[in-house]
Design a protein around this ligand. Structure first.
Ligand SMILES: Nc1ncnc2c1ncn2[C@@H]1O[C@H](COP(=O)(O)OP(=O)(O)OP(=O)(O)O)[C@@H](O)[C@H]1O
Ligand SMILES: [Mg+2]
Length: 454
């Protein structure tokens, strides 16, 4: 039951009021303003009814001022004898939520109280959300200007319902940020549905995303709700959106714009309301130019943009990340020393797998260093420093082509080299992905792509 504190020196009025309120609320009474202030902490009311004309002691306005400054989240309703404009204006200016005149009808009285309590709830909710977001942002390590900007962008995204596009290389924290946004948004109590676009078979896309009716195709043994339906009132996170098939893009755009979806094999539209968060490691603008990404869809998902720079561009964050991962994985080893110059060497690295790669590198290094101190030699750096390429490859055959094409060829070769490194050994995909600092899904995709190519 919600609690109301009545601060009034007129016993008769209070008795009268209580008759009307007791059925709905837990009521407490203070006869003077001072007692009222005192009881704020013991009663912890959700709302205060404050008499404007308190007899002795501090005046109603004085008490109002103190209540507003000491308990800003508790709405105060001023109770006045008459509805004099000046009185009311003064009270409202001092921060009263509303006012009631003493001889007002019981219904009106209850109505004002209800509104005040509703406001109270919104205020509490906001306070709670801000605190929660702050906590969750605290788990995002880094204080470089880039990360500070990203955090500000997360705060903004959490406060709206616009679509967000998160871009960054693998392991920079895209998935982590998508979750943070959901958790801090007004939709946090509903589902966060993650769809890895590149992991869904092309033929199954419609049925996965939009659902299907029983018997609509071979294999559709039962009716299945699609991921968009499951995300109703919550957040739909489309990971690797750059890999979406053009046909699927049209369907998705239609669903977003109409708010309606249709299960495969059904004639009925279903209304869905989800907030869209998408992520990609690709340059979508480039894919639009290549005709692989629809511009209209891009505009729909790019209402807000969060760009996370790669780790090598924010070496400032390395000491904090190192400390964080040491503490996370080796909480007992507080005394571990760092050899001089170690951080400088780490800052020189390319870290293609970004924070994910750095985290496993730290774990491995600590195991290797034994008693310590921890030095650059313990990190499996394998000559991948950014500023000292081991040997220059011959690029002359590639430079005849457009840059984007040449880059894709090179990247394919590199991916192939990584995949081939593991197919012969008996390393699991999970371990392999960890070692090279990319996600399992990405490694899966590389393997799949190569299979298709060969
Ligand atoms: N700034 C950071 N502070 C703490 N942990 C981080 C930070 N950035 C990333 N991480 C951690 O690094 C790992 C990789 O992050 P995440 O999975 O969100 O990356 P991603 O960008 O989604 O990668 P991919 O493109 O491979 O899906 C996670 O364990 C995540 O918690
Ligand atoms: Mg991810």
């Amino acid at each position: 039951m919600e609690r109301i504190l009545i601060v009034d020196d007129n016993e008769e009025f209070v008795e009268d009021t209580l008759l009307g309120l007791r059925r709905h609320y837990e009521c407490h009474w203070a006869e003077t303003g001072e007692v009222g202030l005192e009881r704020m902490s013991s009663v912890e009311p959700d709302l205060v009814l404050l008499d404007y004309d308190l007899g002795e002691g501090a005046s109603g306005l004085d008490i109002l001022r103190r209540l507003v400054s000491e308990h800003p989240d508790v709405p105060v309703i001023m109770v006045t004898k008459e509805s004099g404009v000046r009185t009311i204006v003064r009270a409202m200016k001092q921060g009263a939520f509303d006012y009631v005149v003493k001889n007002t009808s019981r219904e009106d009285f209850l109505d004002v109280i209800r509104k005040g309590l509703a406001l109270r709830q919104v205020k509490q909710e906001n306070v709670w959300l801000r605190r929660r977001l702050q906590e969750s942002l605290g788990q995002m390590i880094g204080d470089s200007p880039a990360i500070r900007r990203v955090k500000q962008e997360i705060r903004e995204a959490a406060a709206t319902d616009l679509s967000v596009l998160i871009t960054g290389e693998t392991g920079t924290g895209k998935t982590m940020i998508a979750r943070m946004i959901h958790e801090a948004s007004g939709r946090r109590q509903q589902a966060f549905v993650e769809v890895n676009v590149s992991a869904i078979e092309r033929e199954l896309f419609n049925s996965e995303v939009f659902g299907h009716e029983k018997g609509s195709f071979t294999g559709a043994v039962g009716t299945k709700r699609g991921l968009t339906e499951l995300a109703h009132r919550g957040t739909l996170f489309l990971d690797e959106i750059g890999d979406m098939d053009p046909q699927a893009q049209i369907k998705l755009l239609t669903a977003i714009e109409s708010g309606l979806i249709r299960r495969v094999g059904s004639l009925k539209d279903i209304q869905v309301d989800f907030r869209l968060v998408a992520a990609t490691h690709q340059a979508l603008e480039e894919r639009i130019r290549q005709g692989l990404m629809r511009q209209d869809l891009f505009y729909r998902i790019n209402q807000q943009r969060i760009r996370i720079p790669p780790l090598r561009e924010r070496a400032d964050d390395l000491p904090a990340l190192l400390r964080y991962f040491l503490h996370k994985h080796f909480p007992g080893r507080t005394g571990l020393e760092l050899a001089p110059g170690t951080l400088d060497v780490l800052a020189e690295q390319a870290w293609p797998g970004n924070v994910r790669e750095f985290e496993s590198a730290v774990q491995l290094a600590v195991v290797r260093c034994g008693e310590g101190p921890l030095s650059a030699a313990h990190f499996n750096l394998g000559g991948q420093a950014v500023r000292t390429p081991a040997q220059e490859a011959d690029y002359s055959l590639l430079t005849d082509r457009p840059f984007a094409e040449a880059r894709d060829v090179l990247l394919d070769q590199l991916r192939r080299a990584y995949v081939e490194r593991f197919v012969t050994g008996d390393v699991s995909v999970k371990d392999a992905a960890e070692q090279i600092g990319i996600s399992r899904e990405v490694l899966h995709r590389w393997m799949k792509d190569l299979e298709q190519d060969s």
